[in-house]
Design a protein around this ligand. Structure first.
Ligand code: NAD
Ligand code: UGA
Length: 458
């Protein structure tokens, strides 16, 4: 069958894979190809075991794969055949040179732009899906038009707002789809073409358009606001621990104000994930570049509170366990940066693990989906850490359990049974406030939640 459109996505990662699978699933009339420089990743997308775990993803990939969804390493061929090219390559924080530790590293993205220019033989719409600093589309336009080969490229910004763990639901019923374009006739035509793709399943009133720079900036600002909510509640959790106020009660009272809303108010060991920190640092860097130091300092505070929250968690453990963790066996329940994903990028569990090893604790890590990534993250201290799939087995002989990830399975465990197998006094540090603290206390545990008075037998 002849397809109406050829859509290409460069970058088969956490965003490229699921977003393209959703387009292919919703729009059988389009041919969707996802390419990547990493052959192992492509091989995994073509296998029974996909390279990422995301609830609901298997079904939609396997339903469309081979029909109108293809994963390939043929980047040049993909570019030549495509009408629309989504660019979803990684844009990590720069680790070298000017802006190291703050600015976005645009080398992967720029390489893609050059490759598109080199091999294109016809007009293309280029869609920025990666999260990028404001004005990146301008740089992309400049690279694409740097040779006078007469081919036109229209660059759009279409940031992705899905969250891992709920990615499929977010893609199926997004709060909004944002498309930024130039306000020229060509820009508007390209924008309308992208609108038509999403309109196959997203209600028109949820597809909003803006100029390119507002679109690029809105993505950074959305993540900054979300992360700010978490740092706000985490900052208050510290005050709760000093005052016998309870963070869950405070969050409930605050969240019932409809102007504020009740979501994203769960106090925790701190936010993780590949994007919040990177995108805020990117925003901070942009503000500094434009001489807006006060604005930069304001947003930088969100990251500083997050680091403080992780360190506070360790210091609380240390204080509770008689000021020494040396030779104490501590079991981390969860390593993923949130539930329902195997992703561990920037997971608070990484820094908590490193700090515990620094304190010379013995570490046992369990997680239903993230153990392979955990082993890779801690490869340099591998001999000092045990990785155990079964949480009951992992807790045997431990002095303490620290909950890092809010997996549902942890709340459903038989803690009476676990308590029996642990060293005494036994401690639980609930970094996600998901367990029944009163019940744990009655079993015999000394319980340390986040932002609530501890329940101890001393
Ligand atoms: P990722 O690292 O999982 O995937 C990026 C992929 O791009 C990798 O597989 C890499 O091999 C590939 N790649 C790099 N250079 C390439 C090139 N020149 N040609 C072909 N492939 C190339 O990253 P991700 O999590 O999917 O994030 C991608 C972008 O989307 C980032 O800018 C991120 O900020 C943004 N984003 C991520 C999420 C998320 O939930 N992870 C959500 C919204 C936005
Ligand atoms: C986040 C945003 O929610 C997405 O909209 C965005 O597209 C994405 O970043 C991105 O740009 O990558 P994600 O990082 O996948 O999505 O997951 P979130 O649900 O936002 O959680 C981020 C972190 O905050 C997790 O570590 C989570 O446990 C933590 N969190 C979240 C809290 O500590 N408390 C909360 O109340 C909510």
């Amino acid at each position: 069958m002849a397809f109406e459109k050829n859509i290409l996505c460069i970058g088969a990662g956490y965003v490229g894979g699921p977003t393209m699978a959703m387009i292919a699933h919703q729009c059988p009339q389009y041919r969707v190809t996802v390419v990547d420089i990493n052959p192992k990743r492509i091989e995994a997308w073509n296998s029974d075991t996909l390279p990422i775990y995301e609830p609901g993803l298997d079904g939609i990939v396997k339903g469309a794969r081979g029909r109108n969804l293809f994963f390939s390493t043929g980047i040049d061929q993909g570019i030549q055949e495509a009408d629309i090219i989504f660019v979803s390559v990684n844009t990590p924080t720069k680790t070298f040179g000017a802006g190291a530790g703050m600015a976005a590293d645009l080398q992967y993205w720029e390489k893609t732009a050059r490759q598109i220019r080199e091999v294109s033989r016809s007009h293309k719409i280029i869609v920025e899906k990666s999260t990028l600093p404001v004005k990146t589309a301008l740089a992309m336009e400049r690279i694409l038009t740097a040779t006078a080969n007469g081919i036109r490229f229209d660059v759009l910004s279409n940031p992705e707002f899905m969250a891992e763990g709920s990615g499929i639901q977010d893609l199926e019923t997004p709060d909004r789809v944002l498309i930024g374009s130039r306000e020229t006739p060509e820009g508007v035509t390209a924008r309308d073409e992208l609108v038509e793709i999403y309109a196959n399943w997203v209600p028109r009133e949820r597809i909003i358009t803006s100029n390119v720079w507002s679109s690029e900036l809105s993505k950074l600002v959305s993540n900054a606001f979300l992360a700010q909510r978490i740092s706000s509640i985490n900052a208050i959790s510290a005050l709760c621990e000093k005052t016998e106020a309870d963070i869950t009660e405070v969050a409930r009272a605050v969240g019932m104000d409809r102007r504020l809303g009740d979501r994203f108010l769960n106090a925790s060991i701190g936010f993780g994930g590949s994007c919040f920190k990177k995108d805020i640092l990117n925003l901070v860097y942009l503000c500094r570049q434009y001489g807006l130091d006060e604005v930069a300092d304001y947003w930088d505070g969100v990251v500083r509170i997050n680091d403080y929250q992780k360190e506070r968690f360790i210091l609380n453990m240390l204080g509770a366990m008689f000021n020494t963790l040396a030779a104490k066996r501590i079991c981390l329940f969860g390593f993923a940066f949130k539930a329902d994903t195997g992703d561990t990028r920037e997971s608070p569990a990484i820094s908590v693990s490193r700090r515990l090893v620094e304190e010379r604790a013995e570490l046992v890590i369990t997680d239903p989906r993230a153990l392979a990534n955990a082993e890779a993250d801690l490869a340099d201290i591998q001999g000092l850490v045990a990785f155990v799939e079964d949480p009951y087995e992992a807790a045997v002989g431990c002095d303490a359990i620290a909950v890092m990830t809010e997996w549902d399975i942890y709340a459903a465990l038989d803690f009476r049974n676990i308590y029996e197998t642990m060293r005494k006094p036994a401690f639980i540090f609930d970094g996600r406030n998901i367990l029944d603290h009163e019940e744990l206390f009655e079993i015999g545990f000394n319980v340390f939640p986040v932002g609530k008075p501890p329940l101890t037998h001393f």
